[in-house]
Design a protein around this ligand. Sequence first.
Ligand code: NDP
Length: 333
Amino acid sequence: MNANVNRQILLVEKPAGKLGPEHFKLTNGAIPEPKDGEALLRVRYISLDAANRAWMHGATYRSAIEANTVMAGGGIAEVVSSKAPGLAAGDLVFGDTGWQDYAAVPAKHLTRMPKIEPMTHLLSIYGVAGLTAYFGLLKIGKPRNGETVVVSAAAGSVGSIVGQIAKIKGCHVVGIAGGKDKCRWLTSELGFDAAVDYKDGAIFKALRAAAPKGIDVYFDNVGGDILEACLPLMNNYGRIACCGAISQYDGAPSAHGPRGVPGLIVVKRLVMQGFIVMDFMAQRDKALADLQAWTSSGKLKVQEDVIDGLENTPKALIGLLAGDNRGKRMIRV
Ligand code: NDP
């Protein structure tokens, strides 16, 4: 990294179909001057998130991202200089830094982070991924000892933690993931009771065999056909925690959704609830304490997928959407 240049990755065009390298451009910009209330940040790690692609479709829980701007994205950064009370040079923060070396960001949009080793854990287990898994499963899914929990995108950052927390809570846990290797990893390394390879076809049959007592909690990261396959297997009074719909992100917005939803929800008295992790931030300390205790006792394994180099960020996101990652993917800038 050249200390006088701010390398930036721009989203040059919003994709109409699948995201490709042609939608991004690496450019050299100026290091920004922080205004009053802002801090100048040097970005250390950039989080790669399926949601990065969803933001390109339009406004969601955040404003839409526009073409010819620095690609948005969360990151861990060090404060270089500050014009904001409460932040000083050397502090560590999390915020929407964008895909670049340096960013000037209003302090009110930054979360101060502790200095821990490895720093990468601030994006994985103690970051959005860990907290999403924790709150989505425990507050929305509400699993009880002995129940069956199914999670999709199970070998990804959120899913791999969901399944392990469900095991800690005494549940029978089934992961859905793409490919035999990921499925084997879920059962042999992470302690899932069973794993279903959705790319193998016949997902409904495989799920029924893996969850012989039916599904009490489905943690849905993908929507679409996998949600459709889970619905008929839900037990009465089951809960579906709608965390994301990754099967719908990378392409033109699709009108296709799971069939048979309303009828099954009525007959099975299901609760289907979406959530955004930020809604639970008031309970963050308790969640972090639990995650830390489980991690340090070895009950919860943290899987990270760290790729070097800002220039590799577009490729890393495209790869994540295609399932190349295992656990939390991030860029070491
Ligand atoms: P992950 O690390 O889980 O990576 C995404 C994974 O999704 C890939 O590895 C791939 O694994 C799987 N995948 C891709 N396409 C499909 C498909 N068509 N069908 C099934 N699986 C697919 O990414 P994230 O942790 O960033 O995101 C996981 C989910 O969590 C997303 O839906 C995201 O939107 C959601 N999320 C929600 C939050 C909230 O507050 N509600 C906060 C953070 C994330 P495979 O090889 O198995 O296909």
